[in-house]
Design a binder for this molecule. Structure first.
Ligand code: NAD
Ligand code: TDX
Length: 337
């Protein structure tokens, strides 16, 4: 199988590339990523250093049809679109690029997939397209789309285009909507790596509002196994929710991190709330469990412990981001491509 993975130098995409190399070593993997601030070529260490074999990295922008077209011309069995602007806070201060990358970029890929008859298109979406929940209830695949941030609105827009390409052109499209991921290689603007980094440096941990917003956490490897199942067995046109029923308040998450690192709760600093801050997400993943047989393997307690240990053990990785050194490594790797 020959697959195009977009955004494969980011957090989930790089975990997915590693996962697929381990699980399906005979597959041809083409990884295309623009290496924005969120892309980090060193997330792919071990793949790029081995002379690649049937793995190839190309620096490219999914909005750029002319740059993407040759990748499709070579013939592809599947496209898995991870590439996106992914940070809600950035979407609030600078929404434009969320529209161009998340909507126009996804559309460019859909058009090319249609033109070149790609067998399967998996659009990686998010539970945030459903908006927010009250204290009870879960998002199902038939929950109405009600995005509240420019980020989630752009992701919902891409979902609608992907859906339309199935309905109108009969393309084999799937949309996956996963809850919050955590694990290795997550850029330290997101809650868990940011808080680990601050705690390790004895810096204040900025908790938005009352700290009682709830997220439904899933270890990234469990997201990868779900996408692998959808890629191979997803029914054309279907949406699959993904989540492990691990609801935690932000205060609980941060407290676990502080305790694991032996740091005092006094480091927590309540700061101004995020505008339009969704109160609670929780995913009903019954459909992917019953129809595709997906089962998450990492209980939250184990996953969060492994994640904290990973960031402690990979202080260099974090330092390269904090100093900006990763950017020149990105440029050097892309120049040698
Ligand atoms: P990330 O920000 O870590 O990675 C995004 C990657 O996309 C980066 O490597 C970046 O360089 C690349 N990229 C950005 N714009 C691009 C462009 N125009 N062309 C090519 N590449 C581009 O994001 P992530 O957390 O790994 O999320 C990956 C996907 O999963 C996104 O689509 C996101 O919406 C979705 N998702 C994320 C989560 C989560 O908890 N992180 C949960 C559910 C869904
Ligand atoms: O400094 C912070 N303080 C804080 O209290 C940050 C960065 C976040 N938070 C809160 C906001 C949220 O309630 O923590 C929670 C998690 O925030 P993020 O890590 O920014 O994630 P979230 O906004 O929930 O979105 C994430 O999950 C769904 C990803 O970034 C999205 O890409 C994904 O679609």
């Amino acid at each position: 199988m020959k697959i195009l993975i977009t955004g494969g130098a980011g957090f989930i995409g790089s975990n997915f590339v590693h996962y697929m190399r381990g699980k399906h070593p005979s597959y041809d993997i083409l990884n295309v990523d623009a290496l924005t601030y969120a892309g980090n070529i060193t997330n792919l260490d071990g793949l790029t250093e081995q002379g690649n074999g049937n793995y190839r990295f190309v620096r490219g922008d999914i909005r750029d049809r002319a740059a993407m077209e040759p990748l499709f011309q070579a013939g592809l069995d599947a496209v898995i679109n991870f590439a996106a602007e992914s940070h809600v806070d950035r979407s609030i201060s600078q929404p434009d690029i969320f529209v161009t990358t998340n909507v126009v970029g996804a559309h460019t890929l859909l058009e090319l997939a249609k033109t070149y008859g790609v067998g399967k298109f998996v659009q990686i979406s998010t539970d945030e397209v459903y908006g927010t929940l009250g204290p009870a209830g879960l998002f199902t695949e038939s929950s109405p789309l009600a995005p509240n941030s420019p980020y989630s609105a752009s992701k919902a827009s891409a979902d609608l285009l992907a859906r339309a390409y199935h309905e109108t052109y009969g393309m084999d499209v799937n949309i996956t909507r996963c809850s919050n991921n955590y694990g290795p290689y997550q850029f330290p603007e997101k809650l868990i790596p940011l808080m680990i980094s601050h705690a390790l440096q004895d810096k204040p941990l900025p908790l938005y509002g009352d700290g009682l917003n709830v997220r439904d956490w899933l270890y990234v490897a469990d997201h990868c196994s779900a996408i692998d199942l959808v890629l191979h067995h997803g029914k054309a046109g279907e949406v699959y929710n993904i989540g492990g029923r691990n609801e935690r308040t932000n205060t609980q998450v941060v407290t676990t991190i502080l305790e694991a690192l032996g740091k005092p709760a006094s480091l927590i600093a309540h700061v101004r709330d995020r505008p339009g801050h969704d109160r609670r997400y929780a995913i009903d993943a019954d459909k992917i469990r019953t129809e595709l047989g997906w089962k998450p393997e990492f209980p939250y307690e184990r996953g969060i412990r492994a994640t904290i240990e990973w960031y402690v053990a990979n202080a260099e990785w974090m330092k390269r981001i904090e100093t900006g050194a990763y950017r020149s490594m990105n440029d050097a790797a892309a120049a040698g491509d």
